[in-house]
Design a protein around this ligand. Structure first.
Ligand code: COA
Length: 333
């Protein structure tokens, strides 16, 4: 079995910034409430005619450039998303085609905001066994397309973006040291898009009832998130005989600063080791963790040999974490 690591990262967010004050004009909310309850100050939204594949393409291109990998050398493209261009074909196929990744297998993976962690765990197995040499994993979302602009408890939370990572075999002892993934489908009703699938196909009624948008029991998801982030981070470290004291950098899913702070406090990890960018982007679902990873790499916050924990939770319910021993001091942009 080969050790597997991240050899390049990239990210992309749409240009247009929507501040909390901008949201005050379309829904009954205010900057003070959003900032104090979530930590979010602004987010980026894609124009109406820009699909998630465009965001994923841009992030993927940057990650390949960063890794100095030619598109034709990519063996596998996985896109984690809950806002694909279409129910089918897979967005990963469209993005692989645009990138010129002619020799790649490609598929989408749906694990909500945990999607990027599920994606790197999946891609790693192909490389660890020697079946593939290079994988491109992208977490991308256009959450703006599925928000109910009359529901102030959800529409203020999310943003659009994409983050990508190129995975290859690395020296033993580097790269991914452990993964921990989980799910609990009994919590599915807490966070879902009720219509558009085979359970409730699209109809005039489903559109009128706003059933193609995010429906969430915010308080329940909040409690679950705080508990599971701490539990799964401890478990993934324990698997390889490490503890929270060994963590150099924590990259949590960027849903709400109160969730991050509560989980970090429970874990006893110093806040200066925690990457937070949700103030600028809101919750970008599957894109949150890889965008934060890319920014941290580009800002020089990740040093060679650092022990990085990435941890997420999301619809499903799903959760996941990984321990990554960073192999480079930083990438050239
Ligand atoms: N602006 C102003 N007031 C708002 C508001 C908004 N955008 N959204 C809700 N409120 C109001 C509510 O109507 C409620 O008013 P009431 O007391 O008069 O009934 C009050 O604020 C408190 O609502 P509550 O839902 O208890 O707020 P909260 O502190 O729990 O925060 C969330 C709500 C959604 C921010 C929080 O529950 C959360 O972050 N949950 C997790 C969400 C998440 O991470 N989802 C993605 C998972 S991947």
């Amino acid at each position: 079995m080969f050790s597997v690591g991240i050899v390049g990262t990239g990210s992309y967010v749409p240009e247009e910034v929507t501040t909390n004050v901008d949201l005050e004009k379309i829904v009954d909310t205010n900057d003070e409430w959003i900032t104090s309850r979530t930590g979010i100050r602004e987010r980026h939204f894609a124009p109406k005619d820009v699909p998630v594949s465009e965001l994923c393409y841009q992030a993927g291109l940057r990650a390949l450039e960063d890794a100095k990998v030619a598109p034709e050398d990519v063996d596998l493209v996985i896109i984690a998303t809950i806002t694909p261009d279409y129910a089918f074909p897979a967005t990963a196929c469209l993005v692989a085609d645009r990138l010129g990744a002619k020799n790649a297998a490609a598929f989408d993976l749906e694990a909500g905001c945990t999607g990027f962690i599920y994606g790197v765990a999946t891609a790693s197995q192909f490389i660890a066994t020697g079946m593939y040499k290079t994988a491109l994993v992208i977490g991308g979302e256009t959450m703006s397309k599925i928000l109910n602009w009359e529901d102030r408890s959800t529409c203020i939370l999310f943003g659009d973006g994409a983050g990508a990572a190129v995975l290859q075999a690395v020296d033993e002892g580097s790269g991914f040291l452990s993964f921990e993934l989980g799910s609990d489908g009994s919590g599915g009703p807490l966070l879902k898009q009720p219509a558009g699938g085979s359970m409730c196909p699209a109809s005039r009624e489903t559109v009128e009832k706003q059933q193609h948008t995010v429906h969430m029991a915010g308080n329940e998801v909040y409690k679950f998130a705080v508990r599971i982030m701490g539990e799964v981070a401890v478990k993934v470290l324990e698997k390889i005989g490490l503890t929270q004291a060994d963590v150099d950098i924590l990259i949590p899913h960027q849903a709400n600063i109160r969730i991050v702070d509560a989980a970090v406090k429970r874990l006893g990890i110093s806040p200066d080791k925690v990457i937070v960018n949700l103030d600028k982007y809101g919750n970008m679902s599957a894109a949150s963790i890889p965008v934060a990873l890319d920014e941290a790499a580009k800002e020089g916050r990740l040093a060679a040999g650092n022990t990085i924990v990435m941890v997420g939770f999301g619809t499903g319910l799903t959760w996941g974490a990984c321990v990554l021993r960073w192999t480079k001091a930083g990438f050239t942009a």
